[in-house]
Ligand binder design. Sequence first.
Ligand SMILES: Cc1ncc(COP(=O)(O)O)c(C=O)c1O
Length: 376
Amino acid sequence: MQNHLVPKHHLTIEPYKPGKPLEEIKREFGLSGFAKLASNENTLGPSPLAMEAMKQALSETHWYPDPNSMRLKEALSQFHGLDKTYFHLGNGTEEILTHVARCFLQAKEEVVLSAHTFPIYTILNRFQNAKEVVVSLKDFRYDLVKIRESITEKTRLVWLCNPNNPTGTWFTAKELSDFFKKLEHKPVVVLDEAYYEYAADSDDFPIAQDLLFEYKNLIITRTFSKAYGLAGIRIGYSMQNPEITEHLNRIRLPFHINNVAQAAACAALEDKPFLKQVQATVRDGKNYLIPLLGSLGFKVHPSLANFLFVTGPFDFSSIYTELLKAGVAIRPITIHKPADAARITVGTASENTMLMKELKSVLKGLERFQDSGCAE
Ligand SMILES: Cc1ncc(COP(=O)(O)O)c(C=O)c1O
């Protein structure tokens, strides 16, 4: 009814479709136990040091938070060995991505991104009314060569996600360095490393921080939502040349990072034992799940993130619905046709066991359904 009051290009935006809230699913299916493996959260919980810090910070919530988040920027500066001026913070990485789009992408300007990547990039491109140039994946991986070739003097912004959500695949240090070496034009390049802490151990994964000094338009984003277990408190950061930091700083609102989030993030950076435990849990979980999923006929694609991307001759929409009734949430994904793939977060040992038990019985049930001719 109010369509005439909003800019026309807003109507092209598909609102983000989140997974159903846990409480709603439990109520709907009368479930007590539940494995939420749909949104790549850290199912071990928040870092214990962060929890302690958050409890203390709660008693300070009658004050406005530090608008410059100085303690957190100092902690990040120490952690990364970079000057404080290299850091920008956000109410989750999502907010940083919003700042970047607002700052560097205007109406009708070109933005280059990959197909089948984090959907927020498209929401932001459309919000800015920019012209999207979308590059196909190659074997479910980012095609950095094609992305580079699609960048012209008109390109203002490039979104890169490594490892990629939803496929879990990654581009290597060599691929990324070739990308920058051969880049003719100099758009702003966002490198979204939301899953960095799970990938960093891999020999061929880029240490992108080293590129910041050579490539001044690079913005690397990281989050506390994944490995640090703080998705609900909303805190992320980016690293970039101080000139870019200044631009981003101009357009943020003063109190966008609440004091509980600032305290939690500072403590989480110190919690090395927790991070190790999280990384080991995901590593063990993958070692358990990959062969078992393979034995059920799923193709499990290589992943350096805390989730697995699977394809195969299955109707992932039915699998999703049936698993949900059994108390397990995964995320169906559309690549070539609706729900022809799925993304499964690696959980704790007991969640992974529950997933495999329920998945086996769902597949059996669906086979019986098809054998009886009901599928038509
Ligand atoms: C690739 C990617 N970037 C960013 C985010 C959002 O992170 P945050 O919770 O910090 O907003 C996600 C969350 O799923 C993600 O997968």
